[in-house]
Write a protein that binds this ligand. Structure first.
Ligand code: SAM
Length: 273
């Protein structure tokens, strides 16, 4: 396993325990069998009817979106690098949605890890692509998992947002980090995570990468998929730019002033012919 994956796995193992008891992830809410995550809820009109589909959720973390997709009718498998995340996901699923299965693997090894099963739906996003050094390799992996007619569903933070300084001076939006994919990672060192819980992370160093929207689109096209939808949004599920955002009644966060200035996230769909 590469150094970046080892560092990031240790960091996500720490976060999993913190997230499991956070209000942000609100695991007890899933005992209501109608409950779905706000991330999946946001895309309900785009997801459509999932009844009977075989779905895989790449980088599923503690399984809340995976369980939500199962509640929309898909037979879901979640895949993640972090064993502690998967332990939380499996415990939750055993209690509230036992038909969901979870597999431990780095994304790039997903084809081997999932055996010879093909899928109608590959779902991923909201803080997934930034952990991967090579978006072209990711797109090839996605394509290898889809059967003919299968669909990639990606909702992700905008690479424009990832390039913005998250602690801006004078409340101004400023570009501080790479927009394009770089050979070297951005190295972060932070004891904090994005949920309400206050426990500090022990494994604080992470390696992350940005990927420009053109690079993502090109990677998906080069992998042989046809893009059927690309919508940019003025909102995200978390307060990505503290102090500059407000939360709407839908739970999503937008710039308080002139939200039309900045794409914050996007939903991309593609199919395999
Ligand atoms: C922010 S979560 C994304 C999931 C979902 N949006 C959520 O909020 O629950 C990121 C997940 O990516 C996983 N991850 C990071 N690098 C990975 C890799 N190379 N292969 C597989 N999973 C990875 C982490 O373990 C973590 O669970």
């Amino acid at each position: 396993v590469d150094t970046y994956a080892e560092l990031n796995r240790a960091n996500w193992d720490d976060r999993a325990g913190i997230h499991a008891v956070s209000k942000t992830y609100d695991l007890p809410a899933y005992t209501d069998t109608q409950h779905i995550s706000s991330i999946v809820h946001f895309d309900l009109p785009r997801l459509g009817d999932l009844t009977g589909l075989d779905g895989v959720h790449l980088q599923c973390h503690i399984g809340t979106d995976t369980i939500s997709l199962a509640r929309l009718g898909a037979r879901m498998t979640g895949l993640d690098l972090s064993p502690t995340s998967l332990a939380v996901a499996r415990r939750l699923a055993a209690d509230v949605q036992p038909d969901v299965t979870f597999v431990e693997s780095p994304v790039y090894d997903a084809r081997e890890a999932l055996g010879d099963q093909d899928f109608d739906l590959v779902f991923t996003g909201i803080g997934a692509l930034c952990w991967l050094p090579d978006v072209a390799r990711w797109a090839e992996t996605v394509a290898s998992l889809l059967r003919a007619g299968g669909r990639l569903f990606l909702r992700e933070y905008s690479p424009v947002l990832w390039a913005v300084d998250e602690a801006p001076h004078d409340g101004e939006i400023q570009l501080a980090y790479p927009y394009f994919e770089t050979p070297e990672p951005l190295v972060w060192d932070s004891p904090e995570t994005y949920t309400d819980a206050t426990t500090a992370i022990t494994h604080t160093t992470t390696h992350e990468w940005n990927h420009g929207l053109g690079e993502i689109v090109t990677a998906i096209l080069d992998a042989g998929l046809t893009i059927t939808g690309l919508e940019e949004h003025t909102s995200v599920p978390s307060e990505a730019l503290p102090g500059l955002m407000q939360q709407g009644p839908d739970g999503e966060w937008r710039l308080r002033e002139r939200p039309e200035r900045l794409p914050l996230s996007y939903t991309l769909q593609a199919v395999k012919a």
